[in-house]
Ligand binder design. Structure first.
Ligand SMILES: Cc1cc2nc3c(=O)[nH]c(=O)nc-3n(C[C@H](O)[C@H](O)[C@H](O)COP(=O)(O)OP(=O)(O)OC[C@H]3O[C@@H](n4cnc5c(N)ncnc54)[C@H](O)[C@@H]3O)c2cc1C
Length: 418
């Protein structure tokens, strides 16, 4: 690998969300010269306002056999957990068909294994970064509870829980009194729940990204503001071209631009079916109740997470044109639902947010070198679990750049699998 005038390989990371920040952190730890290029500001995208759940046991892909039967019911409800804006339906159809194809029974075990490999080391993978950044207090391993309105709901998802169990993931089924003892703030409207004791959460996802970026810049790395519009391949180096015409030369480039990554790699000859799934949050600064751990309202597809500054309700899925205005009624709907399920919840001072999840049809990210040029590494498409999978992605990218065998098999995430 070529080097800068201090003899250190130069690495450019495009995007300062949680994925770019974790890659940069693992690389500065190893002594590389790292420059982060961020179009807006660190955590400007999905990493800012997500639900913050850290889910080592989350390994069930979004597309599962039998899911199709639920889709019409979801789509009929404009406040439901899944919305496809009518004006975007035809454009999203090819992706949706690939998504359904990924849910064929014979494809599921390999996807579950790959998600498990990526998610299960989450706390080990965050540990060195949190210690280096002095940010340990932002991560808690509190457990997480998934609540079901009826036993029938739990029974119908038992296949997924069994797949987790087969991979050594622990959980406990709670009845009404178990739920009451663990989360007294919940209304008596849930017949059963699953407690995942090994799960946890980030108390402030925005702060976590900022703290990791501060560690990078405090350890010799650089953060620069600039939108990358192209990556150019030369014989001896690679360069990134910024919107203002400037070029920055590097030995390696990591594309970690979340939902905005697709055009950057398309221009390099690789077509990746990256789609955006929007999600919303309603953040309640004075919720008036307390939660000891994140609560996943699985039927409505959102979380209530106790955070540093209140409770955050976050989740749901919306497909829309990239330039479409956010529909904040979806965020407010989370407040309406949660008020029913968490009596006494105060919505005063609530703030709304929309974020774009970078999603691939098989629920796995792309992590690995561009097939035609291993100086360019791809790290995007972390979908619904990027806060969980980012630190392990950082470790894998550091392994690849150092020329080490990655600590887990990265074949399932290879960029040319589509
Ligand atoms: C409502 C919601 C709830 C969620 N809840 C959870 C959860 O509980 N647990 C979990 O694990 N995950 C959750 N997620 C998913 C998680 O937030 C994402 O997977 C993760 O944040 C993706 O991180 P990223 O760094 O890839 O992308 P982003 O955070 O979007 O970062 C990409 C960055 O790249 C920058 N950028 C874009 N284009 C360029 C360019 N051309 N040049 C330079 N910079 C560029 C952007 O400005 C941005 O800062 C949730 C997401 C949403 C929306």
């Amino acid at each position: 690998m070529s080097q800068n005038n201090k003899g250190t390989p130069r690495i450019v990371v495009v995007g300062a969300g949680i994925v770019g920040a974790c890659c940069a952190a693992y690389l500065v730890r190893e002594g590389y010269s790292v420059t982060m290029l961020e179009a807006e500001e660190p955590a400007a995208g999905a990493s800012r306002g997500n639900a913050g759940a850290l889910s080592p046991g989350s390994c069930i892909p979004l597309s599962m056999p039998g899911m199709l039967k639920d889709v019409p019911r979801w789509l009929m409800d404009r406040n439901g957990p899944l919305v496809i804006r009518p004006s975007y339906f035809l454009q999203s159809l090819p992706w949706l068909l690939r998504f359904l194809a990924a849910g064929q029974p014979e494809r599921i075990p390999a996807i579950v294994d790959a998600l498990h490999a990526l998610h299960s080391p989450v706390f080990d993978s965050y540990k060195p970064i949190l210690e280096a950044a002095g940010a340990q207090s932002l991560v808690r391993q509190s457990g997480c509870i998934v609540v079901y309105r009826s036993r029938k709901g739990l029974d119908s998802s038992m296949g997924g829980w069994k797949m987790r169990q087969d991979r050594g993931i622990t959980f406990e089924i709670l009845d009404r009194s178990g739920i009451r003892d663990l989360v007294p703030a919940l209304a008596d409207k849930f017949e059963c729940a699953v407690l995942q004791p090994e799960h946890g959460y980030v108390t402030n996802p925005h702060s976590l990204v900022l703290r990791i970026v501060e560690y990078v810049t405090g350890s010799g790395g650089t953060l620069r503001n600039g939108r990358v519009v192209g990556i150019e391949q030369h014989d001896r180096a690679v360069s990134v071209r910024l919107e203002n015409g400037e070029r920055l030369e590097a030995d390696r480039v990591i594309v970690a631009a979340g939902a905005w990554s697709k055009p950057l790699v398309k221009a390099l000859g690789l077509s990746v079916p990256l789609e955006t799934q929007r999600g919303y949050h309603l953040h309640l600064p004075s919720p008036g109740i307390e939660l000891p751990l994140p609560v996943s309202f699985v039927d409505a597809k959102f979380y209530a997470t106790p955070m540093e500054h209140g409770i955050r309700l976050a989740g749901t899925v919306e497909f829309a044109r990239p330039s479409a205005e956010p529909d904040y009624a979806r965020a407010r709907q989370l407040g309406t639902l949660a008020s029913d399920w968490l009596p006494g919840l105060q919505l005063t001072g609530a703030t709304e947010w929309m974020g774009r999840r970078p999603c691939l049809p098989d629920s796995l990210p792309v992590i690995g070198p561009l097939p035609s040029d291993n100086r360019i590494l791809l790290a995007f498409g972390h979908g619904h679990n990027g806060m969980t999978s980012a630190p392990t992605t950082g470790r894998l990218i550091a392994d690849l750049i150092a020329g080490r065998k990655p600590f887990i098999d990265i074949a399932p995430y290879r960029p040319d699998r589509f």
